[in-house]
Design a protein around this ligand. Structure first.
Ligand SMILES: Cc1ncc(COP(=O)(O)O)c(C=O)c1O
Length: 372
C-alpha cells in the first residue's frame, strides 16, 4: 500500500527520541507554557524570518486569534477563498465576521488576487490568503492592494511551512502568519498544535494575552481572552522535528520533480503550476483531470492512496449555505473540486514508490479504463 502520509513511520523511526522528549517534559513538572514552548516559538519564528511566535492550540486557533488581535469582529468582512480547509472559514466565523469569497487561479488553485479590488467593501477588515498545497499566493500584488486600502493581511500558512515567495518565507509577509502542526502537515506533531507569527511587537503581545484568558500575569485579565495554549509535550516534539524541516521539504521537491518528469505529456492530466519566484514545498502534489474519480479508483485498486483536497467548496456545504452563495458563484473553484486529485506525497516515499505511482497513472491513461 502506498499511503499519503507518514507520521506512523516517523514514530517507528524516532520512537526513542520522541519518548525521551515526552519523558523530559513530564519529569520537569512544567507542563504548560514552559521552556519547550518558548524555545519552539523562538526557533520557528526565526525560521519564518520574524521576531515573534505565539504557540497556540491549533491552526484554526492561530487564525481565529490573529483575527481577534487585529480587532476583527461582528459586522466585518474577511476576504478569502472557498477551496480551503473548513477551519479557514470556521475561524472567520468564530471571530464574528463574514467570509467573502473570491475565485482561484485554475492552474495553481490559489486565490485569484485580480478579483480582490471588486471584493473590497467599506466593511472589509482583513484579507486572508490561503497558501494551499504548499505554494504561496501572489503576495506582491495582494499586499499592494491591501496596503493602498489599509487592510491588514493574515496568511493561512497551515499548508505552507517552509514555502517562500521571492525569498520571503510564508507567514512573514502579512501582519500575522497562522500555522498548523496537525499530524499530517509538513511540520506535524502527534496531536493538535499551531502558531501565529508576526513582526509586530504590539500584535505579538496581544496574541499572547488572547491565548491566555487575556492575562499578562496571574489571575488578572487585561482583556477578554481564551484558552489556547501550545502544549509543552507537542512543543518538545516540534523542537525535535524543526531542524529536519528543510531536508523534508527538499525531499518533497525531489518527489515532485520525479512526478513532473514522469507525468509530462501524459493523457488528460494537468500538473500543478509553480510560478516563478515561488518555492513550493509540496505539502500536496495535486493534479487535475476530467477523469478524476475513475483515476482515483484505478489507483486504489493498485494499492495507491490518492486524496481529494477538497471535494466540496465551502460555500456549497450545508453548514455554510446561510452565507448565501449558490452553485455557479465561484466557477473555477467549483470546477476544480470535481477535477483535483492529490497523489501520494511525503518525504518517506521512495523513488521506486513514486515510480509505481507514475506507472499506474500512465497505465490508466494508456488503457480504455478512462471511460469507466
Ligand atoms: C488551509 C488550512 N487552514 C487551517 C487549518 C487548520 O489547522 P488545524 O487543523 O491545526 O486547526 C488547516 C488544517 O487542517 C488547513 O489545511
Amino acid at each position: 500500500m502506498i499511503r499519503n502520509w507518514q507520521y506512523l513511520d516517523d514514530y517507528e523511526k524516532h520512537r526513542a527520541e520522541i519518548l525521551a522528549a515526552v519523558d523530559r517534559v513530564f519529569s520537569s513538572g512544567r507542563l504548560i507554557l514552559g521552556r519547550e514552548v518558548e524555545s519552539f516559538e523562538r526557533d520557528f519564528a526565526s525560521f519564518c524570518g520574524v521576531p515573534f511566535g505565539i504557540g497556540v492550540n491549533s491552526g484554526t486557533d492561530a487564525l481565529f486569534l490573529a483575527l481577534k488581535a487585529l480587532g476583527v469582529s461582528a459586522g466585518d468582512e474577511v476576504i478569502t477563498v472557498s477551496n480551503t480547509a473548513v477551519p479557514t472559514v470556521a475561524a472567520i466565523r468564530a471571530a464574528g465576521a463574514t467570509p467573502v469569497f473570491v475565485d482561484v487561479e485554475e492552474d495553481t488553485y490559489l486565490m485569484d488576487v485580480t478579483q480582490l479590488p471588486d471584493a473590497v467593501t467599506g466593511r472589509t477588515a482583513c484579507i486572508l490568503p490561503v497558501h494551499l498545497c504548499g505554494q504561496t499566493v501572489a503576495m506582491e500584488p495582494l499586499l499592494a492592494i491591501a496596503s493602498t486600502r489599509q487592510i491588514p493581511v493574515v496568511e493561512d500558512c497551515a499548508q505552507a511551512a517552509g514555502a517562500t515567495y521571492r525569498g520571503r518565507r510564508a507567514g512573514s509577509m502579512g501582519a500575522i502568519g497562522a500555522f498548523s502542526f496537525y499530524p499530517t502537515k509538513v511540520l506535524g506533531t502527534f496531536g493538535d498544535a499551531g502558531m501565529a507569527v508576526t513582526a509586530d511587537a504590539a500584535l505579538a503581545a496581544r496574541l499572547k494575552r488572547l491565548r491566555f484568558y487575556g492575562m499578562e500575569g496571574s489571575y488578572y485579565s487585561e482583556e477578554e481572552g481564551y484558552n489556547s495554549r501550545l502544549d509543552e509535550v507537542q512543543a518538545a516534539i516540534l523542537n525535535l522535528k524543526l531542524p529536519t524541516l528543510d531536508a523534508q521539504v527538499e525531499r518533497r521537491r525531489e518527489i515532485a520533480a520525479l512526478y513532473a518528469e514522469g507525468l509530462a505529456g501524459v493523457g488528460d492530466i494537468a500538473l500543478p503550476a509553480v510560478r516563478d519566484g515561488r518555492e513550493h514545498q509540496f505539502y500536496l502534489y495535486t493534479v487535475r483531470t476530467g477523469r478524476r474519480d475513475a483515476l482515483m479508483q484505478f489507483l486504489a485498486d493498485r494499492g495507491i492512496e490518492a486524496r481529494i483536497n477538497y471535494p466540496t467548496p465551502i460555500h456549497l456545504m450545508r453548514g455554510y449555505r446561510f452565507l448565501g452563495y449558490e452553485a455557479g458563484s465561484l466557477p473555477v473553484t467549483e470546477r476544480l473540486a470535481g477535477e483535483i486529485l492529490s497523489l501520494p506525497m511525503y518525504p518517506g516515499l521512495s523513488d521506486d514508490e513514486a515510480g509505481r505511482v507514475i506507472e499506474a497513472v500512465r497505465a490508466f491513461f494508456a488503457t480504455g479504463t478512462q471511460t469507466a
